[in-house]
Design a protein around this ligand. Structure first.
Ligand SMILES: Cc1cc2nc3c(=O)[nH]c(=O)nc-3n(C[C@H](O)[C@H](O)[C@H](O)COP(=O)(O)OP(=O)(O)OC[C@H]3O[C@@H](n4cnc5c(N)ncnc54)[C@H](O)[C@@H]3O)c2cc1C
Length: 404
């Protein structure tokens, strides 16, 4: 349980670029950029680092997500990577001294058809083999776990069973970002808010720096951690990525009695719900089919998400919707992340985080920092390189996104 009295370290805000030259420039002050900066400083002693954020820290998807942490993926490479991240989250309060409100709740994925039951059965076997704790549950066991669940699915989507990933968790998203930001800045990393990168400068196929709205910076290495804007940023270095940007929405209701026991999801209906620390019910569902950079909330999403989730939890019908928002997600063609060098010397990307990258922030930053510091990917991130698409070694795992 979180110690709420723990506070974050103050951040040093340089008034403008204090240096003209950095070893590493990170584009994007979301979770992945900040976690990389933190790990560069704390693990590799690299503190000549600037994080350049166009808006404010965690203003992108890191501050907009539904905070679910899980490792119940469908392929061994992903299960191992996300399980490592999940375990890093369990230690993050100790490691950073910041209250990130981490709570292990368990997550249930419901199956409404025989085909989905087969998928969840296979998921349990694969998870167990690769190190994540996921068990098949009967409808009666699910009802015991979640007394509010309508096993008839509103008479339309009967619950035949489901998988139960017992280490599923949530953590307060913006606090994760600020925890990494504050420690990185204490170690000497410079954080710039309201400063956009407008160009990546190259010399003979090598990165030499960036142009920003506050002036140019020279850099030995540049990392794009730009969330849904990644294809635009990568194009600045002439790199084309197999990524499209799609909006994803979420909303919260008014408070429900504290103690809703679990994170509940249906992959077939593509919807999910959990309870926030304040008691609000936090609901998400599938991403928009139409690629777009719009963060405008839509009534269509609200109506579709509400319809689906109230089939499973009828008590939600009497709740009021307080707030709705959207983020723009960098969805890779195989639904797996890309943590990689790019073929342009000194230019790296951490992307393809789509609708699932919050859970990966500790392990993703750790992996990218090692890659940038040593020039070699760790065994955990090596499968997620960009050249897997050229080698025809894609990591197809759309069924584990839970949002399509
Ligand atoms: C509604 C919603 C629900 C989600 N739910 C979950 C969930 O439950 N669990 C989960 O694991 N994941 C979830 N996700 C996905 C998760 O939030 C993201 O994958 C993750 O936050 C990505 O982090 P990031 O650091 O890569 O990107 P971001 O947090 O988006 O950060 C990128 C930053 O780059 C900045 N930037 C862009 N272009 C430039 C530029 N040119 N110059 C400078 N800065 C720039 C942006 O302003 C932004 O702050 C959800 C996403 C959404 C939208």
């Amino acid at each position: 349980m979180s110690d709420y009295t723990r506070t974050l370290l103050p951040i040093r805000w340089p008034d403008g670029p204090r240096r003209r030259t950095y070893d590493v420039v990170i584009i994007g002050g979301g979770g992945h950029g900040l976690s990389t900066a933190y790990h560069l400083a704390t693990r590799h002693g690299i503190t000549s680092v600037a994080v350049i954020e166009a808006d404010y820290i965690a203003s992108g998807n890191t501050g907009r997500n539904t905070t679910i942490i899980r490792a119940n993926y469908g392929i061994p490479e992903s299960i191992r990577f996300y399980q490592h991240s999940l375990e890093r989250y369990q230690q993050l309060e100790e490691e950073t001294g910041a209250a990130i409100l981490h709570q292990t709740k368990g997550i249930v994925w419901l199956a409404h058809t025989e085909m989905a039951m087969r998928t969840e059965r296979a998921r349990c076997a694969m998870n167990e083999a690769a190190g994540a704790q996921t068990y098949l549950r009967t409808p009666a066991e699910l009802k015991e776990l979640i007394p509010q669940l309508d096993l008839t699915g509103g008479g339309r989507y009967p619950v035949l069973g489901g998988s139960h990933h017992v280490q599923g968790a949530t953590a307060r998203h913006d606090r994760v970002a600020w925890a990494y930001a504050s420690i990185a800045s204490q170690r000497g990393v410079d954080l710039f808010q309201h400063t956009a990168v407008t160009a990546i400068r190259l010399d003979g196929g090598r990165v030499i720096g960036v142009d920003t709205t506050a002036g140019p910076l020279d850099a030995g290495a540049v990392l794009s951690a730009a969330g849904g804007r990644v294809t635009q940023v990568a194009a600045m270095a002439g790199v084309r990525l197999p990524v499209r940007t799609h909006p994803l929405h979420a909303f919260v209701t008014n408070d429900y009695a504290q103690g809703f026991p679990i994170i509940l999801a249906s992959t077939e209906l593509a919807c999910y719900v959990s309870q926030t620390e304040r008691g609000q019910m936090l609901i998400g569902a599938e991403f928009d089919a139409q690629p777009s950079y719009s963060r405008q909330s839509s009534y269509a999403a609200l109506r579709s998400y509400s319809y689906k989730i109230t089939r499973l939890l009828p008590f939600l019908q009497s709740m009021r919707i307080l707030r709705q928002w959207a983020g723009i997600c960098d969805i890779s063609v195989d639904f797996s992340p890309i943590m990689s060098a790019t073929g342009v010397d000194g230019f790296y990307v951490t992307t393809g985080w789509g609708t699932w990258g919050f859970k990966a922030i500790p392990a993703g930053g750790e992996g990218m920092a090692e890659l940038i510091a040593t020039g070699r990917p760790s065994a955990l991130i090596a499968p997620f390189s960009l050249d897997r698409f050229r080698r025809d070694h894609v990591l197809a795992d759309a069924g584990s996104a839970g949002t399509r």
